[in-house]
Design a protein around this ligand. Structure first.
Ligand SMILES: Nc1nc2c(ncn2[C@@H]2O[C@H](COP(=O)(O)OP(=O)(O)O)[C@@H](O)[C@H]2O)c(=O)[nH]1
Ligand SMILES: [Mg+2]
Length: 244
C-alpha cells in the first residue's frame, strides 16, 4: 500500500531468466507492493523455477508478444494502482517511488529513458534509439496537442486501475508496439499524463526487440504509422463506450 492505495506490479517475461528473481525481490523489498504478477509469455526454461522462490505469483499467457502479456496482466490486476515494468535489469525498482509521487494528480505516469543524467554506461540507449524515441514523442506531442513527452518506448509505468481497464478494453496490438498503443490510448482518452525520468541500465542478457538496428528501424517505422493511424481514428476511439 502507498498512501492508502494498493499496488500491483506486472512483469512480463520472455527471455529474462537470469534477472527476474532480482527484479521481483527488489520490488518486494520496497515494502509497498501488494501483488507482484509475473506473466510468463512462453518464457525460456528455468524461468518458473526462478519465480517460484519469490513473492510473485506466476500466470502463463501463451499468446505471444509483449502486448498479449501486458494485456493479460492488466486484466488480472485488482489493485488501485497498476505498475508495469520489465524484469531484464534495465530499470531501477526504487524509481517506482518517483512515478507514484505523481499518481495523486495523474492517472497515467510514464517513465522516460532519454534524459542523459539517468542513462547509465552500457545501457542500450545510443544516439539512434535516444533521438528516435524523442522524435516520435515530439511528433505525438504536436499531432495530438498533448502532455510533454520525451520517450515513447519506456515500459516502466504506473496507472490507475480504471485507466488499466480502459486500455485493456480498447487495445488491438499483441506485439511490441503495444507499449506505444497504450500511450496513444491514454492520450486519446484524455488521461492525465506525466512523464518522469527514470534510470536506465544495461540489460542482463540480449534484447529481442531493440538489440539490432534493422529490427529497431522496422519498429520505428511501424510506430510512426501507428501514431498517424490512431490520430485519424482518435475521435471514434475517444467516444467508444462513452455514449457520445
Ligand atoms: N521480444 C519479446 N518480448 C516479450 C514477449 N513477451 C513479453 N515480452 C517482454 O517484452 C519486454 C521487451 O523485451 P526486450 O527483449 O527487453 O526488448 P527491449 O526492452 O526493447 O530491449 C521484456 O520485458 C519481455 O519480457 C515476446 O513474445 N517477445
Ligand atoms: Mg527490455
Amino acid at each position: 500500500m502507498w498512501h492508502d492505495k494498493t499496488i500491483s506490479v506486472i512483469l512480463p517475461t520472455y527471455r529474462e531468466k537470469d534477472s527476474i528473481a532480482a527484479c521481483i525481490n527488489a520490488f518486494d523489498k520496497l515494502g509497498i507492493v501488494d501483488d507482484i504478477i509475473v506473466i510468463n509469455n512462453n518464457a525460456e526454461p528455468g524461468t518458473s523455477e526462478e519465480v517460484a522462490g519469490t513473492a510473485a505469483r506466476e500466470i502463463l499467457e501463451t499468446r505471444q508478444g509483449y502486448g498479449a502479456a501486458i494485456a493479460r496482466g492488466l486484466s488480472e490486476a485488482t489493485t488501485d494502482l497498476v505498475c508495469v515494468c520489465e524484469p531484464d535489469g534495465t530499470f531501477e525498482p526504487r524509481d517506482l517511488f518517483k512515478l507514484l509521487a505523481f499518481t495523486a494528480e495523474c492517472d497515467f505516469v510514464v517513465g522516460s529513458r532519454t534524459v542523459s543524467n539517468f542513462i547509465w554506461d552500457g545501457a542500450n540507449m545510443g544516439l539512434f534509439l535516444r533521438w528516435g524515441n524523442w522524435a516520435v514523442a515530439k511528433f505525438i506531442e504536436v499531432l495530438y496537442n498533448t502532455a510533454y513527452l520525451s520517450d515513447v518506448g519506456c515500459t516502466f509505468r504506473v496507472m490507475s486501475w480504471e485507466r488499466a481497464r480502459d486500455i485493456s478494453d480498447l487495445h488491438r496490438t499483441s506485439g511490441s508496439a503495444f507499449g506505444l498503443e497504450m500511450l496513444l490510448l491514454a492520450v486519446i482518452r484524455r488521461a492525465r499524463i506525466v512523464q518522469v525520468p527514470v534510470n536506465y541500465y544495461p540489460r542482463v542478457g540480449e534484447s529481442s526487440v531493440t538489440g539490432h538496428l534493422g529490427k529497431t528501424i522496422r519498429l520505428g517505422s511501424q510506430m510512426m504509422a501507428m501514431v498517424v493511424r490512431y490520430r485519424l481514428r482518435a475521435r471514434r476511439i475517444r467516444s467508444t463506450g462513452r455514449g457520445a
